[in-house]
Design a protein around this ligand. Structure first.
Ligand code: 9Z3
Length: 337
């Protein structure tokens, strides 16, 4: 696979002209519009959270695709803290990635079947319908607050779910939802935590059917995905409070690259995280006049096991501090008008 191309990167317009929208885009955006209108009328702040990784299909009839590591932990965890802070949340996530509330009982961390107990009835004519299944008592203290918050959120209609799989789905949805958020004015926040592919295979270069083996190595030349933060800030969500994420594997690059992004796109906050320690120290950079302000949020690594709270142990999650910080900054930004 080649890693560099001499070709000019696609502009956002050229990208959308070349790639097809997801089939249910119009319906999805209609529901988003209704959700936003309801919360705007209630004077509530609304945050769009993007979460999880995007795929890049290699064939039209897709058998193989490029993916990335993101599990959606950052987005799903942050969603809970934004809800707690009084925001309505549009949770735009990769299908089957972690979701707020249910993330505490994911199949890999806490399979929920492990928390159930079977109590057969002792009545002589009992049938299977008389058997009771209960949650193991030891998990109740941890489960109850999660269940309460989940029920309250759903009954008050504060969480709206949207799913994407491919980078095309993601970009079409991001454009559509960002534009819908315009009616919120400064009350809208975009929290772009999804891990979005930097490269894609344009439709006109894609094989229609499964790529066949037997001819030696496979060479695929990919094009660069446009940097959509630029139109997000300058066109699609002009009044929104935009928070982007910068992911690096070399921690020394984080702050300079976060500052370069703020300089280039002119949005409000960049959160920098290092792949290996992304649940621990995290920096936030904000532009102040001509300079930059960088704050580090750190928590004790011993307290940070994602999802560990579900089993009963109290844990601190860095997203709690990130959201608290952003809520404050968003509020001050709204006041400044
Ligand atoms: C992030 O940096 C997220 O915090 C993570 C979260 C993807 C690291 P998990 O889902 O991981 O909890 O497993 N997201 C943004 C990554 C990204 O694609 N950033 C672009 C870049 O670094 C700029 S927008 O160039």
């Amino acid at each position: 696979m080649s890693s560099a191309s001499s070709q000019e990167p696609f502009s956002a317009e050229a990208y959308f002209a070349s790639q097809s929208p997801p089939a249910n885009l119009a319906d999805d955006l209609q529901r988003v519009k209704e959700f936003i209108a309801k919360h705007r009328d209630a004077g509530r702040r609304v945050v769009l959270i993007t979460s999880g990784g995007t795929t890049v299909p290699l064939e039209m009839n897709v058998v193989r695709f490029l993916d990335n590591f993101s599990a959606g932990t950052r987005g799903a965890t942050s969603a809970e803290y934004f809800l707690k802070a009084g925001y309505a949340v549009i949770f735009m996530h990769r299908q089957f990635s972690l979701q707020p509330f249910s993330r505490h009982y994911s199949h890999s961390t806490h399979p929920f079947l492990d928390f159930l107990e079977v109590h057969p009835s002792s009545a002589p004519d009992a049938t299977i319908a008389d058997t009771e299944v209960k949650v193991t008592q030891r998990v109740v203290p941890a489960l109850l607050p999660i269940l309460d918050a989940y029920k309250r959120t759903m009954s008050e209609g504060l969480l709206h779910m949207l799913t994407f799989v491919t980078v095309d789905d993601y970009l079409y949805l991001l454009r559509g939802v960002s534009k819908e958020m315009g009616v919120l004015g400064r009350n809208g926040m975009l929290y772009l935590a999804a891990a979005v592919s930097d490269f894609f295979l344009p439709r006109n270069k894609m094989s229609e059917h499964k790529i066949q083996s037997g001819k030696g190595s496979l060479i695929i030349e990919m094009d660069q995905v446009p940097k959509v933060l630029k139109p997000v800030v300058a066109e699609w969500a002009r009044e929104g409070f935009v928070v982007s994420f910068k992911l690096e594997t070399d921690a020394a690059l984080l702050v300079p690259k976060a500052q370069a992004a703020l300089e280039r796109y002119g949005h409000q906050v960049v959160i920098g995280n290092d792949l290996q320690t992304r649940n621990r120290p995290t920096s936030t950079s904000t532009k102040r006049g001509e300079g930059f302000e960088t704050a580090w949020l750190r928590i004790d690594p011993a307290l940070t096991t994602p999802g560990a709270g579900a089993g009963g142990r109290e844990v601190k999650e860095i997203e709690e501090d990130i959201v608290k910080e952003l809520e404050g900054r968003h509020g001050r930004w709204i006041e400044r008008g």
